[in-house]
Design a protein. Structure first.
Length: 292
């Protein structure tokens, strides 16, 4: 199966470009404010190191955060059967399979490429969904790997982290320029830059979810299965949310459903698109399948 190219891929590249533009802009302010251009190179190098570490260890970080363990085919024959079938259909290697003891219903895929991929399901999702719905979810997760989404999200997260670090540097040190630099502008940059980085990262994450919904539905040939699953997951994650720890916050964008309870402003900054919109799109795909 060939992955369809999305215009959203171009949007993602553009958003990443904006992230790096923010890095360079703040770096220029730091350099001019301190009179030392070394800070620009320091933060750029730090960003590259963070990106490389996140990319090569994305699977280990996520699996550890969920306290997951490998699951055998004897324990979960249905999961193995579905993933083996979908991987064969996509002509891709079968990923490693894990299970998390969490009763909150969710699932995610991670790994830097199809040959180093892992799919993790929670005990909660196995108890909530039937086999057809689970197949829809696993098709969605496999497409995150096949679409190379992990690379995009790890780069976005790393660069956003560098922007936040740069802004904090400005906030604490930028106002002390001897030549009378504008401290208000520096403080505004320090406060707004992390917000801009967060919004861009969320846009990338939401783009990924729409793409994986569509491509996963094409892989399974059953968009309504995923629609039914998302409807159950919306209620399930609301009634059994995960504890919002730093570890889980760092991997929550990988999950098929927002694992935390949120309303109002919290929903504005959610990493996932509204479930209602995702379900409506899938129901429309069932009537008019998207073109390849």
């Amino acid at each position: 199966m060939h992955n369809r190219r999305h215009f959203n891929g171009l949007k993602t590249a553009g958003l990443l470009g904006v992230l790096w533009a923010i890095v360079l802009g703040i770096g220029a302010l730091v350099s001019s404010g301190t009179g030392d251009s070394a800070f620009l190179f320091l933060f750029a190098g730090f960003g590259l190191l963070m990106t490389a570490y996140g990319y090569w260890n994305s699977d280990k970080i996520a699996i550890r955060a969920m306290r997951a363990r490998p699951i055998s085919e004897v324990e979960a024959p249905g999961v193995y059967r579905i993933v083996r079938e979908l991987s064969t259909t996509a002509r891709q290697p079968m990923p490693r399979l894990y299970i998390s003891p969490s009763q909150a219903p969710n699932a995610f895929a991670t790994g830097r490429n199809p040959s180093n991929a892992a799919v993790c399901v929670t005990e909660g999702i196995l108890g909530l969904l039937n086999e057809r719905e689970l197949r829809g979810v696993l098709g969605h997760e496999l497409m995150h790997v096949y679409n190379r989404d992990i690379l995009t999200s790890s780069v976005a997260a790393a660069v956003a982290g560098v922007i936040t670090s740069l802004a904090q540097f400005l906030l604490f040190f930028g106002g002390g320029r001897r030549d009378g630099g504008n401290p208000i502008a520096l403080i505004a940059t320090a406060l707004l830059a992390p917000l801009a980085a967060t919004l861009i990262q969320l846009a990338i994450s939401r783009t990924r979810e729409y793409d994986a919904d569509e491509d996963g539905s094409r892989l399974t040939g059953d968009p309504l299965a995923l629609a039914y699953a998302l409807r159950k997951l919306e209620a399930g994650t609301r009634s059994r949310p995960m504890c919002q720890t730093v570890e889980l916050e760092n991997v929550s964008h990988l999950m098929i459903a927002n694992p935390f309870r949120g309303s109002g402003m919290a929903r504005l900054f959610a990493t996932h698109p509204p479930m209602g919109e995702r379900i409506a799109r899938l129901e429309a795909f069932a009537v008019n399948p998207p073109q390849r």
